[in-house]
Design a protein around this ligand. Structure first.
Ligand SMILES: [Fe+2]
Length: 926
C-alpha cells in the first residue's frame, strides 16, 4: 500500500475540494502517461489503496515524497530498490542534487478480477551519488505480491533541463534484477507538461506475446513517435515522420541556389526525416533553410555528447564552414590550381604526425603564428573554448597567407602515398583500386560486344561504342580474340556513359567544370590483376557542335601517355563522383534513413526486430542532417568540388531511379548482378567469383555470411514458423511502410522481397545490416587513404581533353609542359584542400565508435539463447580479423599484397579511433 509523506499527508487530509479525482474509480487510464500528468499524486495513490484494502499511512523520514506499497496482512510484499543512472552532460549542470525523478512502476499483468490495468506504484527517486560522468538516483518500493511482474516504468523529470537517462535497474525481486536500458533523453516536465516518458524492460516481445498490462502502452508509445505530421519540429521532439528532399536548396537567398525537389515522380528518391520547417518565399516547393543552422532530428538520434564535442572539434559542425569559407576567399580567385606537383606534395607532413583533421588546423596555425610558439596547445585551447580559438586562428590565416604567399594547409600523408609516392601514376594501381579501393562497387563484367548505350541515338548520337574489336585485340596482343576474352570472362568495364551523358550539356554551362560520358575497359591478366585497355570519352551533340568522342589507350609515346593520363583524370573524377554520390551517399546514408524512420514508427522498442536493428541506426539521421546542411546542400562542398556541380545530387536521384533495387543491396546479389560472381552450390558462400582475387568481395562475403548467421540465429528464435511472421502486424506494417512510403517512389517494383517466412526476414534484415555496416565501412573509412592524395582520385576534371577542340596555343603549352595541363584539369587549390579536410574527418572513427560485434546490447545479453548466438557472432568476427591479415600477407594475392600496396583492411571489423583505414561500425556513424 502507499505511504504518503507528511507534506503529502497534510494535503491528503485537506483535499476535500479535490473529491472528484480523489474518488476516481475507473481503471487507471494512462495514455503515454499523459492523462495522469496533471492529476494530484494522491488521487492515484488513493485509487491504489482502494484495490488493496489492507493499507496504512506511514510517515517516511525526510522531506521527499515516497509512495510505496507495504506488506498487506495476507500477502507478502517485496522490498525493491530502483536505481536510475543519468549521464552527465558536458555543460556542467549543477542542479542534479536538488530535484528528483518521479517514477511509476507499471505491472505487466492486468488485474485478474477487473481485467483492467493495475494501478502503478509511484515513488520519487532521489540523488544519491555522482561519479565518472554519471548521476545515480534511487527509490525504494514495496511491491505487493499481487502486483505481478514490472513491465515498464514511467519517468517524470522534475528538473528544469532535459536529462540523458542511461538505464534503470530494479534490485530485490526474487528472480533477479529487472533492467530497463533507456539511452534516451527525458524532457523536463516543464517543457512537455502533458507527456510522461515510458520505458519498457529489456524483455523483447512480439506483438502477440505482449503482456496484457503493456499492450495499450506499446501501441500508444508508437502513436507518440509517429506524431501527427503537422507543425515545425522542435529540438526535443521525438517524432519520426517522412518528407521529400526539398531542403537542400536555398531559393530565398538566390535563384541560383534553387534546387529541384528530390522525391516524387520527376526525381525519385528515398524519403528523409520531416522537419516541418516553413516553405520558402521564392519557391513554395522548397523548405526554408534552418534559421538556427541546425536541422531537426528526433531527440534520441542526435550525437552522443562525446561525439558532438569531438565532431565540433573536428570541424564539420562548427569550425569547418567558417574555416572553409575563409579558405575559399583566400585562394579562389588567385592562382586557382597547383602550378607544380611539388606544391601538392608540400601539403603533406610526415606520416608520424597525428592523422586527424585537428592536425591540419594545428599545423597550419603553427606555421602561420610565429612558428606556433604563442599558440595554445589543443588541450589548453580546449579548456579555454575551442570555438573561439579556431575562430581566431581562421581570422589570422587570412592576413598571414596574404603576406607569405605560402602553401595553405598541412596534411598527414595518406598511407597510399606514404608507401609509394608514385602509386597514383601506375595503371595497375588504377585497375587494382576498382577491386580493392574506395569504390569497389562499380566494376562490371563485359557480357556483350560491341559495347552499346541505351540512350536515344537521336539526342545523344550513335549507341555503339567507339572502342573497336581491333583496338582491343591489339591491346591484348593476340592472346585472345575479343569473343574469347568475353567468353572467358576476361573483360571488365567501368561504365559511366549512360548515367553522365545526359548531363554533359548542362554541366558544361557551369563555370569551372566539364563532363563527358565515359567507358573504361579492363583486361583480367593471368596474374589476376586488371589492366586498363582503353578509355572512351564522349560529348553528345550540343547546339551547333556534333557529337565528339575519342578512345584513349596506354601508349608508348610521350604525347600518348599524357593524353592517357588526362583521360584517366576524367574517369577518376567520374568514379569519384559516382562513389560519393551513389555508392556512399545514396546507397548507404540516404537509403537507410527510411528504414530508421519506419523502424521507430512501426516497431515497438520491445519488438525483438527493433532491438536487433537499433544499434545499426546509431547517429545516421544526425550525420544525414549534417550532410544536408553542409555537404550536399546547394553550393555546398559536393556541388562546389565535384564535376557535376549543381547537378550532383540530382544525378544521385537518376541513379536511384535507374539502378537501385533493394534486393541487389545484398552483397551476393550485387556481385551476381555485376557479373562478378556466379551461383555455385559447391563453392564457399554458394558463389564463385569471376575475379578470384577481389579483396572487397572475398572479405565482404565472409562478413556477409557472419552477419547472416547471426541474424538467422536471432530471427529463428523469435519466429519458429512462417505463421509467426505473417501474423506479426507490427512487422508487416514496418515492411509495408518501407516499401510504400520510405521508398515510395519504387513501391510498384516487382523486385521487392515479400515478407512471409523467417527466411524472407533473415534476407531483408541481413541486407539492411550489411548496408549499414560492411557496405558503408568499405566505401567510407578508406576515403582519406585513397583520395587524400587527390591526383589519385580527383573529384573534378575542370578542362576538356586537348584533342576535343584543339587550340594551337594550348597544344604548344601542352607539348612544352604537359604537367601543367594535368594540373589545370585537377581540382583547384580550394577544391582540393576543402575535400581533403572533409575526407579526413569522414574517414575518422570517433572515440565512442561501436564496432560490429564488439559489445553486446543489454537486451540481447538478457536472453541466454541470443547471448550465446552473439558470442558465436563475435568469435567469428575476431576470426575474420585473422583471415584478413593472412590474406594480406599472401603475396599470391596481388590485388592486396605487393610492393608499396596498402593491404586491404577496410572490412576488418575492429579498429582504434582516428583515421585507420579499417573497422566496421554497426552503423553509418559518419
Ligand atoms: Fe559515410
Amino acid at each position: 500500500m502507499l505511504k504518503p509523506q507528511p507534506s503529502l499527508q497534510s494535503q491528503f487530509s485537506s483535499c476535500s475540494t479535490l473529491t472528484p479525482s480523489f474518488l476516481m474509480h475507473k481503471p487507471f487510464v494512462i495514455g503515454n502517461g499523459n492523462s495522469i500528468a496533471s492529476l494530484p499524486i494522491f488521487s492515484m495513490q488513493y485509487s491504489f489503496h482502494k484495490k488493496n484494502k489492507n493499507f496504512r499511512i506511514v510517515t517516511v523520514p525526510g522531506n521527499n515524497v515516497k509512495a510505496v506499497a507495504t506488506e498487506s496482512s495476507t500477502e507478502k510484499a517485496t522490498s525493491v530498490k530502483t536505481i536510475v543512472t543519468v549521464k552527465l552532460t558536458a555543460e556542467g549542470d549543477t542542479d542534479w542534487r536538488d530535484k528528483t525523478l518521479l517514477l511509476e512502476l507499471v505491472s505487466a499483468q492486468l488485474d485478474p478480477k477487473t481485467e483492467s490495468e493495475k494501478e502503478t506504484i509511484k515513488g520519487y527517486a532521489n540523488w544519491t551519488s555522482q561519479d565518472e560522468g554519471e548521476v545515480k538516483y534511487e527509490s525504494d518500493f514495496e511491491v505487493p505480491a499481487d502486483f505481478g511482474e514490472v513491465g515498464a516504468i514511467f519517468v517524470e523529470n522534475q528538473h528544469r533541463k532535459e536529462m540523458y537517462l542511461k538505464d534503470i535497474i530494479i534490485n530485490g525481486f526474487p528472480n533477479g534484477p529487472v533492467n530497463l536500458t533507456c539511452n534516451s533523453w527525458v524532457h523536463s516536465k516543464y517543457d512537455y507538461p502533458d507527456q510522461k516518458r515510458v520505458f519498457f524492460t529489456n524483455k523483447s516481445y512480439l506483438p502477440s506475446d505482449t503482456p496484457e498490462g503493456l499492450r495499450r502502452l506499446r501501441e500508444e508509445e508508437l502513436v507518440t513517435l509517429r506524431g501527427n505530421g503537422e507543425g515545425e519540429r522542435k529540438t526535443q521532439d521525438r517524432v519520426y515522420d517522412y518528407d521529400v528532399y526539398n531542403d537542400i536548396g536555398d531559393p530565398d537567398s538566390s535563384d541560383d541556389l534553387k534546387r529541384p525537389v528530390l522525391g516524387g515522380k520527376e526525381h525519385p528518391y528515398p524519403r528523409r526525416c520531416r522537419t516541418g520547417r516553413p516553405h520558402s518565399d521564392n519557391d513554395p516547393l522548397s523548405e526554408k533553410i534552418s534559421s538556427t543552422g541546425t536541422i531537426y532530428v528526433p531527440r534520441d538520434e542526435s550525437f552522443s555528447e562525446v561525439r558532438q564535442l569531438t565532431f565540433s572539434k573536428k570541424t564539420i559542425s562548427s569550425a569547418l564552414p567558417g574555416f572553409l569559407s575563409n579558405l575559399g576567399n583566400l585562394v579562389s580567385d588567385r592562382d586557382p590550381e597547383f602550378t607544380h606537383f611539388t606544391a601538392i606534395d608540400s601539403l603533406f607532413v610526415s606520416s608520424a604526425t597525428p592523422n586527424d583533421a585537428l592536425s591540419n588546423i594545428k599545423y597550419l596555425s603553427r606555421k602561420l603564428f610565429n612558428g606556433g610558439e604563442n599558440l595554445p596547445t589543443p588541450e589548453i585551447a580546449e579548456t579555454k573554448g575551442w570555438k573561439s580559438w579556431i575562430k581566431s586562428a581562421v581570422s589570422r590565416i587570412g592576413r598571414v597567407i596574404s603576406e607569405t604567399q605560402d602553401d595553405l594547409l598541412w596534411f598527414a600523408t595518406p598511407e597510399t602515398m606514404d608507401r609509394d609516392k608514385f602509386f597514383w601514376l601506375r595503371d595497375e594501381e588504377f585497375g587494382r583500386q576498382t577491386l580493392a579501393g574506395l569504390n569497389p562497387y562499380s566494376i562490371r563484367l563485359v557480357t556483350e560486344w560491341p559495347l552499346k548505350s541505351k540512350l536515344d541515338p537521336e539526342i545523344y548520337g550513335p549507341q555503339e561504342s567507339a572502342i573497336t574489336t581491333e583496338m582491343i585485340e591489339r591491346k591484348i596482343e593476340g592472346v585472345y580474340s575479343v569473343k574469347e576474352a568475353i567468353n572467358q570472362k576476361k573483360l571488365y568495364i567501368l561504365d559511366y556513359h549512360d548515367l553522365f551523358l545526359p548531363y554533359v550539356s548542362k554541366v558544361r554551362e557551369l563555370k569551372g567544370t566539364t563532363l563527358y560520358g565515359s567507358r573504361t575497359l579492363f583486361f583480367l591478366t593471368p596474374e589476376g590483376t586488371l589492366r586498363p585497355l582503353a578509355i572512351e570519352l564522349t560529348r553528345p551533340k550540343m547546339e551547333e557542335k556534333p557529337q565528339w568522342r575519342e578512345v584513349f589507350t596506354p601508349s608508348w609515346d610521350a604525347t600518348g601517355i599524357w593524353m592517357w593520363r588526362l583521360a584517366k583524370a576524367h574517369v577518376l573524377a567520374h568514379d569519384s563522383g559516382y562513389h560519393q554520390l551513389v555508392s556512399h551517399w545514396l546507397r548507404t546514408h540516404c537509403c537507410t534513413e527510411p528504414y530508421i524512420i519506419a523502424t521507430n514508427r512501426q516497431l515497438s522498442v520491445m519488438h525483438p526486430i527493433y532491438r536487433l536493428l537499433d544499434p545499426h541506426f546509431l547517429c545516421t539521421m544526425q550525420i544525414n542532417a549534417l550532410a544536408r546542411s553542409a555537404l550536399i546542400n546547394a553550393d555546398g562542398i559536393i556541388e562546389s568540388s565535384f564535376s557535376p556541380g549543381k547537378y550532383s545530387i540530382e544525378l544521385s536521384s537518376v541513379a536511384y531511379d535507374q539502378q537501385w533495387q533493394f534486393n541487389l543491396e545484398a552483397l551476393p546479389a550485387d556481385l551476381i548482378n555485376r557479373g562478378l560472381a556466379v551461383e555455385d552450390p559447391t563453392a564457399q558462400h554458394g558463389l564463385k567469383l569471376t575475379i578470384e582475387d577481389y579483396p572487397f568481395a572475398n572479405d565482404g562475403l565472409l562478413l556477409w555470411d557472419i552477419i547472416e548467421e547471426w541474424v538467422r540465429d536471432y530471427v529463428n528464435y523469435y519466429y519458429p514458423n512462417p505463421r509467426a511472421i505473417e501474423s506479426d502486424q507490427e512487422l508487416q506494417e514496418w515492411w509495408t511502410e518501407i516499401r510504400i512510403v520510405g521508398h515510395g517512389d519504387k513501391k510498384d517494383e516487382s523486385w521487392w522481397p515479400v515478407l512471409k517466412t523467417p527466411k524472407d526476414l533473415i534476407q531483408i534484415i541481413t541486407t539492411i545490416v550489411w548496408v549499414t555496416s560492411g557496405h558503408h565501412a568499405a566505401v567510407n573509412f578508406g576515403q582519406y587513404t585513397y583520395a587524400g592524395y587527390f591526383p589519385n582520385r580527383p573529384t573534378i576534371a575542370r578542362t576538356n581533353m586537348p584533342s576535343e577542340e584543339p587550340s594551337d596555343e594550348f597544344f604548344t603549352n601542352f607539348l612544352r609542359k604537359p604537367e601543367g595541363a594535368l594540373l589545370q584539369c585537377f581540382p583547384s587549390k580550394t577544391q582540393a584542400t576543402k575535400v581533403m579536410v572533409v575526407l579526413n574527418v569522414l574517414s575518422c572513427h570517433f572515440p565512442d565508435e561501436k564496432y560490429l560485434g564488439e559489445a553486446i546490447e543489454p537486451a540481447w545479453a538478457e536472453n541466454p539463447h541470443i547471448n550465446a548466438a552473439f558470442e558465436r557472432f563475435k568469435g567469428r568476427l575476431k576470426n575474420l580479423e585473422g583471415i584478413i591479415d593472412k590474406r594480406n600477407a599472401d603475396r599470391d594475392l596481388k590485388n592486396r599484397s605487393g610492393a608499396g600496396i596498402v593491404p586491404y583492411e577496410l572490412l576488418k571489423p575492429f579498429s582504434e579511433e582516428g583515421v585507420t583505414g579499417k573497422g566496421v561500425p554497426y552503423s553509418i556513424s559518419i
